[in-house]
Design a protein. Structure first.
Length: 313
């Protein structure tokens, strides 16, 4: 057994058992990948991949256990490389941040600006996606950290840190009937009042959408959702052209910037949510990643973060 075989096994799984794509990712040939896999299986005395003819279709039951071990070994190998990099170039490297559009647009700009002032040699990349997609990126080591909603805290294998609380806001045009509510009426706006109008809100994978659906369902109300989008800017655009009433994350509405719209906070209807920063459990984090965590989640010490990422066994 050798690390090259482990790497071939891991990449085959990552590329959905497509040996052509695996070979391209490893800068080698497809027959070379096939040979390495067969030799590995022969040495183990186990068939770890299910096959249909010459094509690999998935993992066998023992193969699933083997894959867990291979991933664990390769994580430790990657950690060794990170340790080496940490001491060779303490203030250089790359930080890949997985995030939703809302986090990239409204939460991260000032943090990244301050981070770059402290670590000008660190390359920062943003990779946008849904919370579940971001969780998968962390687990497959395609991102160093991710920022999204509570979804990240529900994924096994991740460690999360609270960043900030938020609640939903209804957005409408200034001449919309909902703007005629008195101040006290607006503070107590009901689901029934909102559901009188066509609604525009997030896709089901984003920003508390499941909470919105659950609240309407509990009240036995079926809202007319005419458009779903993955970010607040798109929702506000379609509210502006009178397609309907928008429901967005409160952090995405700023009355000084969104002068063409009126916002009505509806936290009393859909509750309070927490956006979180997540990392894969057991990862070796560079010093600048610790600094980034503390910028997003003030109050955590280096030692506390380290204990959460690598709990004592």
């Amino acid at each position: 057994m050798n690390l090259q075989q482990f790497r071939y096994i891991r990449e085959t799984i990552r590329h959905q058992f497509n040996l052509t794509e695996t070979a391209l990712a490893l800068y080698t040939s497809q027959p070379g990948v096939s040979k390495a896999i067969i030799e590995f299986e022969d040495e183990l005395g186990l068939q770890i991949f299910e096959r249909h003819g010459k094509r690999i279709k998935g993992l066998t039951k023992p193969g699933q256990r083997v894959a867990e071990v291979v991933y664990r070994i390769m994580r430790e190998v990657d950690n060794l490389k990170r340790v080496s990099d940490e001491y060779a170039r303490q203030d250089e490297g790359e930080l890949i941040i997985g995030c939703t559009h809302t986090q990239a647009r409204y939460f991260l700009p000032e943090i990244i600006l301050n981070f770059k002032k402290l670590f000008p040699k660190v390359r920062v990349s943003l990779a946008e996606g849904s919370p579940q997609h971001l969780a998968n990126m962390l687990l497959s080591e395609e991102a160093d950290v991710a920022v999204a909603t509570e979804t990240l805290a529900q994924v096994s294998g991740l460690v999360t840190f609270p960043c900030y609380e938020w609640s939903h806001t209804v957005v409408v045009k200034p001449d919309h009937p909902l703007t005629e509510l008195t101040s006290s009426q607006a503070k107590n706006i009901t689901l029934e009042q909102i559901a009188q109008y066509p609604l525009i809100t997030y896709d089901s994978a984003y920003s508390g959408r499941r909470t919105i659906d659950a609240c309407f369902a509990k009240a036995n109300i079926k809202p007319d959702i005419v458009l779903e989008a993955i970010d607040a800017d798109v929702i506000k655009t379609y509210v502006d052209v009178n397609l309907g009433v928008g429901i967005i994350s409160g952090v995405a509405f700023n009355p000084r910037r969104d002068t063409n719209l009126v916002g009505i906070p509806v936290g009393h209807l859909f509750g309070t949510h927490i956006s979180r920063l997540a990392l894969r459990k057991g990862v070796f984090a560079r010093d600048y990643i610790y600094a980034f965590i503390k910028m997003c989640s003030p109050g955590y010490t280096h030692k506390q973060i380290e204990e959460l990422l690598n709990p004592p066994k």
